[in-house]
Design a protein around this ligand. Structure first.
Ligand code: AMP
Ligand code: GLY
Length: 422
């Protein structure tokens, strides 16, 4: 039986917490720091996760057998390494392996070395601003400019004119996100999908493919966000596409990382561009996606605690999965008007219990907070209203019916989640 500490506080962690808590192999679960929705179900602990010693002490004091790390920041800061040094099992990659997400340049160079299909690119370091400008000026359009470090989802510009491209390069070289240079790459056509591979350093299993909706507005218009809704399984990832993702992408990454001395343990998030049978990697993340996880976990039938523990210990046990997808799930994000720019916080939220009166609906908390005894908004993405169904249409209809029951002054959401797949 596992005694598990889950790190994080978003909608993704709420979904992971629910799945772990429901696992046959989970004896006890803590979440640090968690959020008000998670706190209704499991014990939250106010640990400062940047303080590795504090996390280690908590684990040793409470006989924690497994730590699951949700967000990228603690992975980038080497929390998994610190815990492993104390012989604590961790589902989450080392700081070195996390470079697949923390450095776009590392990730692109790695893909080139290991023949993983991706858009052609050039990498320019902090001292090559003029060369980067010259390169985009001569590049055909559209051209994609990416900041070469963590930028909270804001470091990518798809430029359709050379002026836009030059402006993006200049902003990144002015230190908008730091001083890590840029990657400039060719534009990929197609539809995006997210595939999560759970890895033990040598082997992997894939979960149901999902599709996120990154733009703020209906019809994929407006600014990029962290994700405004998701559904799973995404039919665009056909069995034959999934086979090429497994063979040409995930297998090559796992083998390549092991061969380079950075075995990948944790969730490898493959951000894909799919054009018919043609699949390319847009990006890797080294953790579960948010909001895809809320959908993917909703259709997964597995002993998730045993699954993550087996991966963390180097021998992933696919038999812990009864089915990667039972029916369909749709997650609609309720956001704060103004997001992804400035928005108001602290507005009272009502109607969650009414929404969850439907047994097929779960409301995951993301940006919420308790203000005395009242639940209030506390972020750009506030709630993830998720429903399951026998068909995708049924899941979508149930989510949107539940969204109507929830109220707060600045409530906004997209009205076309999963529309393209229907
Ligand atoms: P990334 O952070 O690398 O996933 O990029 C953010 C978003 O920009 C992606 O989800 C895509 O919508 C878009 N994007 C990134 N790279 C490309 C590319 N090479 N071609 C087309 N769109 C891209
Ligand atoms: N939904 C995209 C991400 O988690 O990065």
């Amino acid at each position: 039986m596992e005694r598990i500490l889950l790190i994080g506080s978003g909608g993704r962690e709420h979904a992971l917490a629910k799945a772990l808590a429901a696992s046959e192999s989970c004896e006890k679960l803590w979440v640090a720091p968690g959020n008000p929705g998670i706190a209704r179900e499991v014990e939250c602990v106010p640990l400062n996760v940047a303080d590795h010693v504090a996390v280690e002490k908590f684990c040793l004091r409470n006989d924690v057998t497994l730590v699951v790390i949700g967000p990228e920041q603690p992975l980038a800061e080497g929390l998994a390494d610190s815990l492993r040094a104390e012989n604590i099992d961790v589902f989450g990659p080392s700081q070195a392996a996390a470079q697949l997400e923390t450095s776009k340049g590392f990730s692109k160079d790695f893909m080139r070395r290991h023949h993983v299909p991706t858009a052609p690119y050039r990498r320019f370091d902090a001292s090559h601003h003029d060369e980067a400008r010259g390169y985009v000026e001569a590049h055909n359009l559209p051209v994609v400019i990416k900041y070469d470090g963590l930028a909270a989802g804001k470091g990518v510009v798809v430029a359709t004119t050379h002026e836009q491209a030059l402006e993006a390069v200049d902003i990144m070289y002015k230190g908008a996100f730091g001083n890590d240079g840029v990657v400039i790459e060719g534009f990929l056509n197609g539809a995006e999908a997210s595939v999560f591979a759970l890895c033990d350093g040598r082997d992997f299993v894939v979960l149901a493919p999902a599709q996120d909706h990154k733009r703020i507005g209906d019809g994929d218009t407006g600014k990029n966000t962290g994700g405004m809704g998701a559904y799973a399984p995404a039919p665009i990832v056909t069995p034959s596409v999934m086979e090429s993702v497994s063979e040409k992408i995930i297998r090559r990454v796992i083998d390549g990382m092991a061969a380079e001395g950075m075995p990948f343990i944790g969730c490898l998030f493959c951000g894909l561009m799919i054009d018919g049978e043609d699949v390319n990697v847009v990006e890797f993340n080294v953790r579960f996606g948010d909001p895809e996880t809320q959908a993917v976990m909703s259709v997964l039938d597995a002993d998730v605690a045993a699954l993550f523990a087996s991966a963390a210990r180097g021998s992933i046990d696919a038999a812990t999965i009864r089915s990667t997808h039972v029916g369909f799930a749709c997650n609609v994000v309720l956001a704060s008007r103004g997001y992804p720019d400035a928005f108001e916080k602290g507005l009272p939220i009502t109607g969650i219990d009414e929404a969850e009166a439907d047994p097929y609906v779960t409301v995951y908390h993301a940006g919420t907070r308790m203000k005395d005894d009242t639940l209030v908004t506390n972020g750009g993405r506030v709630l993830g209203v998720t429903a399951i169904g026998d068909t995708l249409a049924q899941a979508v209809a149930r989510s949107y019916a539940a969204c109507e029951k929830i109220s707060y002054d600045t409530k906004v959401h997209r009205s076309d989640i999963a529309k393209r797949a229907l």
